[in-house]
Design a binder for this molecule. Structure first.
Ligand SMILES: [Fe+2]
Length: 189
């Protein structure tokens, strides 16, 4: 889902092809992910997840990922946290940080994930971020950096490492400084 979200909000290479791939991926995964975590025997639903993951991969092959991945890399690289969980740990905090630049796009993704949603752009953006957080709650994965062996004293070094991911940060809808990265990690801690 992060691949699709970041492709859809990629600053540089976002395009109609990647947009459609990202939206279709989120539609498939968003509607089935919690269900398949609870009922792994539903092969048809798992097929939808696999298709969604493939489409999301095609989306970000055409419109690269951004700050969620840039900030996830030190979590995986230094602390050996799996890639998906690394992304999930910082996702809501990066989305809140990006909202001032990406709210129109996040509101569009809210309409994909929550069919029939009403309200203004800000409320749809909030609903979108809450939707993603709720998946983490419902699936029971770790939601704080402190739960995966990271200490508060590690956060500055992680922020410094994240700033090296210039290829990814350049695609993020909002510029990220080292202090921004530190603040995001602090919120995720
Ligand atoms: Fe990824």
């Amino acid at each position: 889902m992060v691949h699709a979200i970041e492709a859809y909000t990629s600053r540089i290479l976002k395009n109609p092809l990647s947009d459609n791939l990202a939206k279709q991926a989120l539609r498939l995964i968003g509607s089935k992910l919690v269900h398949v975590c609870r009922n792994g025997q539903d092969a048809e639903a798992r097929q939808d997840i696999l298709l969604g993951a493939t489409l999301a991969g095609q989306a970000f092959a055409n419109a690269p990922v951004g700050a969620v991945h840039a900030l996830a890399y030190p979590i995986g690289g230094i602390f050996h946290v799996p890639h998906g969980l690394s992304n999930s740990l910082v996702l809501p905090h990066v989305l809140r940080f990006n909202a001032s630049a990406a709210a129109p796009l996040y509101a569009e993704l809210a309409e994909v994930l929550i069919p029939g949603i009403q309200g203004d752009e800000a409320s749809k953006t909030e609903a979108f971020i809450n939707f993603m957080e709720q998946i983490a709650i419902d699936t029971g994965i770790e939601r704080q950096l402190r739960e995966v062996g990271i200490k508060e004293s590690d956060l500055r070094r992680m922020a410094q490492e994240a700033m090296k991911q210039t290829r990814l940060l350049g695609n993020n809808p909002r510029d990220v400084t080292e202090d921004d990265a530190f603040a995001i990690y602090s919120a995720a801690f």
